[in-house]
Design a protein around this ligand. Structure first.
Ligand code: NAD
Ligand code: UGA
Length: 315
């Protein structure tokens, strides 16, 4: 399998690339190292991939890259590049969300239409649901995003469905539910919590901590991404972790695994949903997705990985 991974230097893209390479796939990464967070973290993310002969990286922006040429000999495109972050997508900050999530996806799909790919797998998001009417949430519920970010992820998902139905591009849109694991983006809660536990710096908690998420371990997610790519299945499916946990419970677990956390409470942030929970039966029946990693075990892996980085930083 020859795979293109857009966003290969990011949190999920680097884990996916490693997973594909371990399974013998050839990987061509595309990433323009945006400065949403420190690009040195992205350089570190891909450092381990350089040891593989069948990995190449193009430092290109999807908005201008010669995508048809790049996709010509590929079997699968995993389209993970995008502008993430729910709370920062308001006001002037909306522009990169439109560019990197909507316009970039349209270019990916146009190029995919020009060549004969087996599959395009798109990184959609639980944020398309907004405050869902029922939990666990099924894909047929009407999406009602409550953040501009969610609107752009939904628009790109609609583009994938449009090209699938009208242009014969075999797309799968997977709605990821809050993904965690080593190398998680530094703007996300677990990354900040582990940092707070190891450094003694305070953690800023938005709201009362009773908001809950269906947290998904990144190893489970990348397994599901490859399963979806290999299967003949197309369409839209949830990818969740299998249980729902509040932020207060997460704070307790990380405090036990590392050190007690100094929590400073701030108001609820605009764009945040109260709860998420995924019904994953479509992904299970469609391509065999089953999450295996329990939250406490996944958090232990995150704490161990962060301890190593922390120890190196102290030298
Ligand atoms: P990330 O920011 O770590 O990775 C995204 C990568 O895409 C970055 O390395 C960035 O440089 C690159 N990129 C952005 N725009 C680009 C462009 N125009 N051309 C080339 N490269 C570009 O984010 P992540 O957390 O790994 O998320 C990956 C994808 O999954 C995103 O599309 C995000 O919306 C989606 N997603 C993430 C989560 C989560 O919990 N992390 C949940 C749902 C959906
Ligand atoms: C995450 C990703 O950041 C989005 O890119 C993704 O699309 C989304 O999951 C998804 O599932 O679709 P979010 O659920 O907000 O978004 O994940 P976190 O940023 O880790 O936040 C989790 C909870 O912790 C939220 O309630 C948030 O308000 C809270 N939080 C976050 C804090 O209390 N403090 C922080 O410093 C950061």
């Amino acid at each position: 399998m020859k795979a293109i991974v857009t966003g290969a230097a990011g949190f999920i893209g680097s884990h996916l690339s490693a997973h594909l390479l371990e399974h013998g796939d050839e990987v061509v990464g595309i990433d323009c190292f945006t400065d949403y967070y420190d690009p040195r973290r992205k350089e570190a993310n891909i450092a381990a991939l350089r040891g593989y002969d069948n990995f190449t990286l193009h430092r290109l922006d999807l908005l201008t890259a010669p995508l048809t040429t790049l996709f010509e000999s590929a079997d699968v495109v995993y389209h993970l590049a995008g502008q993430p972050g729910v709370r920062g997508s308001w006001g002037e900050e909306f522009v990169p969300y439109v560019n990197r999530n909507v316009l970039a996806t349209q270019r990916v799909l146009e190029a995919a239409r020009d060549v004969s790919l087996w599959k395009v797998v798109y990184a959609s998001s639980s944020s398309v649901y907004g405050n869902a009417e029922t939990y666990p949430t099924t894909e047929d519920l009407r999406p009602q995003p409550v953040s501009p970010y969610g609107v752009t992820k939904l628009a790109a998902e609609h583009l994938c469905e449009l090209y699938r139905v009208t242009a014969g591009v075999a797309t799968v849109s997977l709605r990821f539910f809050t993904v965690y694991g080593p190398r998680q983006r530094p703007d996300m809660a677990f990354s900040r919590l582990v940092d707070a536990a190891l450094s003694g710096k305070p953690f800023l908690l938005y709201g009362d901590g009773e908001q809950s998420r269906d947290f998904t371990y990144v190893g489970d997610l990348v397994t599901g991404l490859r399963q979806a790519a290999l299967s003949p299945w197309t369409g839209v499916a949830n990818i969740g972790g299998g249980s729902r946990t509040t932020m207060n419970e997460v704070i307790d677990i990380i405090s036990r695994l590392a050190h007690p956390i100094d929590v400073v409470r701030l108001p609820v942030q605009r764009g945040d949903v109260r709860h998420t929970a995924a019904d994953t039966s479509v992904a299970r029946d469609g391509f065999g997705y089953t999450p295996h990693v329990l939250l406490e075990d996944g958090l232990a892996k995150m704490v161990d990985a962060a301890r190593l980085v922390f120890a190196v930083d102290q030298v």
